[in-house]
Design a binder for this molecule. Structure first.
Ligand code: RIB
Ligand code: CA
Length: 310
């Protein structure tokens, strides 16, 4: 079976980086492009990090296309306190030589989705996706699927009510969820169980340059690692779903995005009861954590081996 073509819209970002390594290294998917958005850190930084990952991992022919620096209406928020000023924690990848592509991410998203066989995996704020769907509403039919890492039907992380990617641009998220496609929403309810514990990091330490130069300095910066605990590798859950949808249970729901709440702005209000409304989302409810980590570590080991060969 040919690999599933995916376009990754991202804000690298530590967990974005681990998601990109997974997508690059797993034969079930093919990265046809990377678009970047301001989010965890500035657009300049997220774009630089995407370019640096492209060269470090060796997929030099894949376009990296920058998009929106900030939200449609709101002032910018960031997560440099979580991802570091560089956006990649303690990892220090070589300065990339290859330039980003010309043009805007929203236009690249439209043209990449036009043939109808590409899955859009959005793991940052949804500003680029909202601009694309406003400019060309037909992408909701062209996209094979839209899978996002974002939202939550329990509690947030940027605020008690809102997950970061949605909180960063609630208006964009409202446009995306209201555009007419069925959004596959992999939220914190799923991703916060995908913890990089000590056993996981020990496996990463044995992965040569990939482990030493990227995985371990990223993960150890991202959160405290113990035998039972560790940082949640959120974005990799969205790519893992694109690779193997059986990893994550999903349920149809109606998702609305709060854009007016004083305390709840950016909250994804998830109604699994549907009532008389057609679902606009498939919402992740549980991930098979052992199989998730088996997928990641097996894929990372193959990427590491390829890097050692050089
Ligand atoms: O809430 C987690 C999400 O916010 C991830 O995409 C992470 O990279 C940050 O952008
Ligand atoms: Ca992200």
């Amino acid at each position: 079976m040919p690999p599933r073509k995916i376009l990754i819209d991202c804000d690298p970002g530590i967990d974005d980086a681990l998601a990109i390594v997974l997508a690059h290294g797993n034969a079930a998917v093919e990265i046809v492009g990377i678009t970047t958005v301001g989010g965890n850190v500035s657009l300049d930084r997220t774009t630089r990090n995407a370019r640096a990952l492209r060269e470090f991992l060796g997929f030099r022919d894949t376009p990296v296309v920058p998009g929106s620096a900030g939200a449609l209406l709101r002032s910018r928020i960031h997560a440099a306190h979580v991802h570091g000023d560089s956006g990649l924690g303690a990892a220090r990848l070589p300065e990339p030589a290859l330039a980003a592509a010309d043009g805007h991410a929203a236009d690249f998203i439209i043209e990449t989705l036009r043939p109808g066989d590409v899955t859009l995996v959005a793991i940052g704020p949804l500003t680029n996706v909202a601009l694309a769907v406003r400019k060309e509403p037909r992408i909701v039919d062209w996209a094979r699927e839209l899978v996002i890492l974002g939202g939550s039907y329990t509690r947030g992380n940027a605020t008690p009510a809102a997950e970061f990617n949605i909180a960063a641009d609630p208006e964009a998220a409202a446009i995306v969820f209201g555009a007419g496609w069925t959004v596959t929403m992999i939220g914190l309810d799923v991703s916060r169980t995908a913890l990089a514990t000590g056993a996981v990091v020990d496996r990463m330490r044995a992965m040569g340059r990939l482990g030493a130069d990227l995985l371990v300095p990223c993960v150890e910066f991202y959160g405290m690692v113990t035998a039972e605990e560790g940082p949640a590798i959120h974005d990799a859950c969205a790519v893992a779903y694109a690779i193997d949808p059986t990893l994550i249970d999903v349920q149809p729901a109606v998702v609305d995005v709060e854009t007016h709440g004083v305390h709840t702005s950016g909250m994804t209000v998830v109604d699994f009861n549907l009532r008389d409304r057609a679902p606009n989302a498939l919402v992740g409810t549980r991930i098979d954590v052992p199989r998730f980590w088996d997928l990641l570590l097996t894929t990372y080991a193959s990427v590491a081996a390829a890097l050692e060969i050089g």
